[in-house]
Design a protein around this ligand. Structure first.
Ligand code: NDP
Length: 281
């Protein structure tokens, strides 16, 4: 059994992005730019934004946080996003979610141009993924593909099962695995015989949000198991997979924390760089 070290793989990706961003600057005289919009003062969101800005600075991007008060109006947030959309120095726009309840998040996100949608959440980008066209893919499922590839997992021809069908994790995850020629099944809360479907998987991705949901009997001997879940139990972070019981059966598995989590920011950096590169084409 191999324990996939997400921290180490994320560090490799950040180093690669740094090198490519320097090359991009040397060739074009342009710094890669990311704008992060934070509305309100949710402490967890503030930490996420700070970490994203710090990661950008470490790889030499130009990055700024645009902070608006919790009582900002829909018009104020929309005007900021429109202004960022028009700013040529900015290649990626990220609106930190969740937004305060009085705001219409969907309308705000729709103002981010597809080519600056570094989170890959837009219907256009999700559609491009479904059609196998170039676009930006959501950071977390893209990070899972990197973990699999860099850990030597074979994907083509394998049976993959994804538990979860959200637009930001489960669906893009399933499409990425399908595009990589796996035979993919997507499970969700209405799935019958979920345990026996999971037990057929060569690659099992859990993106549910329920602590230790995946137990040893649901896992095939030799499977690659990727745990996307983040759950807080008694102050501790726990994944969707019962790691201690499942790990001995697997060929490779991600821990929580230290598996998929660190990949998300690394892939955000990679997506921002790709948006900058595409902006010159
Ligand atoms: P959502 O809540 O949007 O989706 C959860 C999915 O799990 C749904 O499709 C739901 O099915 C399914 N589900 C819920 N309960 C069951 C059940 N009992 N049996 C089968 N399926 C079930 O969550 P997200 O996709 O946003 O996130 C999933 C997990 O990944 C969360 O723990 C989240 O914190 C974590 N996450 C981690 C990230 C990271 O960086 N590591 C980034 C993003 C998310 P249905 O559609 O039928 O309701």
């Amino acid at each position: 059994m191999k324990r996939i070290d997400g921290k180490e793989i994320a560090a490799q990706i950040r180093a690669e992005v740094k090198e490519d961003a320097e090359k991009f600057f040397a060739e074009n005289g342009i710094k890669v730019g990311l704008a992060v919009v934070l509305v309100g003062d949710d402490p967890a969101s503030a930490v996420y934004v700070r970490n994203k800005i710090k990661a950008c600075e470490e790889v030499g991007f130009l990055s700024s946080a645009y902070r608006l008060p919790a009582d900002a109006t829909q018009d104020e947030v929309e005007s900021l996003v429109v202004q960022l959309a028009e700013d040529e120095r900015i290649h990626g726009i990220l609106v930190q979610l969740p937004l305060p309840g009085h705001l219409d998040a969907e309308r705000i996100l729709a103002l981010i141009p597809t080519e600056k949608d570094v989170d890959g959440f837009s219907a256009e980008n999700l559609g491009r993924l479904a059609c196998g066209k170039e676009g930006t893919v959501a950071c977390t499922p893209l990070g899972v593909m990197e973990l699999l590839a860099r850990s030597g997992a074979e994907i083509a021809g394998k049976r993959a099962v994804v538990i979860g069908r959200s637009n930001i994790v489960g669906k893009p995850m399933a499409m990425l695995l399908l595009n990589a020629n796996a035979t993919v099944t997507v499970c969700h809360s209405k799935t019958k015989d979920l345990a026996s479907i999971c037990a057929q998987a060569d690659i099992l991705v859990a993106a549910i949000g329920r602590a230790k949901f995946v137990t040893a009997d649901m896992v095939k001997e030799g499977a690659a198991v990727i745990d996307v879940g983040i759950n807080r139990v008694d102050g501790k972070l726990v994944g969707d997979v019962d790691y201690d019981a499942v790990a001995p059966k697997t060929s490779m598995i991600t821990p929580v924390p230290g598996g998929v989590g660190p990949m998300t920011i690394a892939m955000l950096l990679k997506n921002t760089l790709s948006c900058a590169q595409r902006s010159l084409r």
